[in-house]
Design a protein around this ligand. Structure first.
Ligand code: GUN
Ligand code: ZN
Length: 495
């Protein structure tokens, strides 16, 4: 194994938060998402919505790009306590105008703003920060809802063959475009994404996300053993590929790189050490992997790494647990693992749809919360069966119910917005409707169809309404998605 060159940290631009504030009325700032220079070759706009929607809604002639959206504003000022349905951490501002200036949230007020603002009246609708999906696989739209297997068989039968096809740049580009458009059509404006082991798939995700101005974290999947030809990499080439991708993408616009270990069974100890060295060389890099999802997987990992105290400890020993680590699943872990996650500042990406579909197990959210570990929510498509974070929240509620626990709408919504942003170190940018944040916002119907409408009519409290919405709504309720103040998806082009 060769350690990454010491110059990596110097060559990788730090993922600095963009400058916020200074949004004085009438002031103008440079676009937070400047178009790439033609020389970069990445200035192309991909995706149907980018072409059709883009800046529509701004009133092109408006000197300061001011947009005001009316609706019921809902977000969080802090983390709601477990089980508290009347949490003071919930910030509900019914019938307010959300003010967006030059792509950032400028404030909110009950009264209509003056005529310098382009107004979008969505009175009676719900306005939320865009959802953050902290674990999802771009190439697995091709295998979503595949019948009849648990994790290891599912990987071999469906997933690895599908991912092998992403070596083809045209296939990767088409898949990434479809994927990013689908995220936006489900109200997800930021995501932590697995590409494949091919650099071309990483380029495709970054390019598609960049064209929409999205906050995306992704990386090349590392897997140098127990993987088929066409997907398996090797330590030296993988290291070179990672360094090259980091150099080209990390910190560009709203994009960040994640050192992406598929899972311990498909990496040699040498590859894990290389991944750990990359993380040590630049603390601004994210790390993502799977851990303790399925019992057969856990047994296999323990067999392959007998010196580790636990499956999670394999990653700890390789230097892969740190404040930017996103660990998917964490079902079959113990209190010592939870303490290690907490001490490292790492987060758990809980993927209830996937866990149910693949029969993996029931995640103990309460124990994670009690140990102080951050839990965010994730679809884990294609193990998960929907890109909808609402379906994911509904599944999360049912998983907790199986253990006699009650997940409030507040805990679930927080985990899909501000909680995820906090765990990713991005609260200055995403996860809330705070002034200064990027205007990544979604407009939702409280109810779609007569059953949900009736349920909303009889709901007595805000939590009852929010919970019924969380259980009954899906992408049909989504009216519009804005990213950095630009309209990127709308349900009905005529609305
Ligand atoms: N473990 C290793 N790879 C995968 C994957 O692609 N999906 C899920 N759910 N678990 C994994
Ligand atoms: Zn996964």
């Amino acid at each position: 194994m060769s350690a990454p060159s010491p110059s990596v940290a110097a060559r990788v631009p730090a993922c600095k938060p963009e400058p916020f504030g200074g949004l004085a009325a009438g002031g103008s700032k440079a676009s937070p998402h400047p178009q790439p220079s033609p020389a970069s070759g990445r200035g192309r706009t991909s995706g149907s919505f980018a072409r059709v929607l883009g800046r529509e809604g701004w009133g092109e002639g408006s000197p300061s790009r001011r947009l005001a959206i009316r609706g019921d504003l809902l977000d969080f000022s802090a983390a709601p306590a477990w089980g508290d349905v009347e949490s003071t951490a919930v910030r509900f501002r019914p019938d307010h105008w959300l003010l967006i200036e030059d792509g950032r949230i400028a404030g909110a007020q009950p009264d209509a703003p003056d005529a310098s603002w382009v107004r979008q009246d969505h009175g009676g609708r719900l306005i939320l920060p865009g959802f953050i999906d902290t674990h999802v696989h771009m190439p697995q739209l091709d295998v979503i809802a595949s019948y009849g297997t648990e994790l290891l068989d599912w990987l071999n039968t469906y997933t690895f063959p599908a991912e092998t096809r992403y070596a083809d740049p045209a296939h990767a580009q088409a898949g990434a475009t479809l994927f990013v458009d689908a995220l936006l059509a489900h109200g997800t404006t930021a995501a932590v994404v697995f590409a494949t082991s091919h650099t071309t798939s990483v380029d495709a995700v970054f390019e598609a996300a960049r064209a929409h101005g999205m906050r995306i974290v992704t990386g090349k999947v590392l897997q140098d053993r127990h993987s088929p030809d066409g997907l398996r990499d090797d330590v030296l080439q993988a290291e070179r590929d990672c360094i090259d991708l980091i150099d080209r993408w990390h910190g560009v616009d709203r994009l960040a790189y994640a050192v992406t270990v598929r899972f311990a069974p498909t990496s040699t100890p040498e590859q894990l050490a290389m991944a750990g060295a990359l993380c040590r060389a630049d603390a601004s890099l994210y790390m993502q992997t799977h851990v303790a999802e399925n019992r057969a997987e856990v047994a296999w990992a323990r067999e392959l790494f007998p010196q580790a105290r636990s499956y999670l400890d394999i990653y700890a020993r390789a230097g892969l647990l740190h404040p930017r680590s996103v660990l998917a699943h964490c079902i079959w872990i113990d209190d010592a693992d939870r303490a290690a996650l907490h001490a490292a500042g790492a987060q758990i990406a809980h993927s209830p749809s996937s866990n149910l579909f693949l029969g993996s197990g029931l995640f103990d959210w309460r124990a994670a919360a009690a140990s102080g570990v951050a839990v965010s929510l994730a679809t884990d498509v294609g193990g998960g069966t929907s890109l909808s974070m609402l379906r994911t929240m509904a599944d999360a509620y049912k998983v907790q119910a199986m253990a006699g626990q009650r997940l409030t709408a507040w805990c679930a919504l927080h985990a899909a917005t501000l909680g995820a942003a906090q765990a990713l170190g991005l609260t200055d940018e995403i996860g809330s409707l705070n002034a200064g944040c990027s205007a990544d916002v979604c407009i939702w119907d409280w109810a779609a169809g007569p059953v949900a409408q009736r349920r909303m009519q009889v709901a007595r409290s805000l939590h009852e309404r929010a919970f019924a919405w969380m259980l009954l709504a899906d992408d049909r309720n989504l009216v519009a998605t804005y990213v950095a103040g630009d309209l990127r998806h709308r349900r009905d082009a005529k609305e």
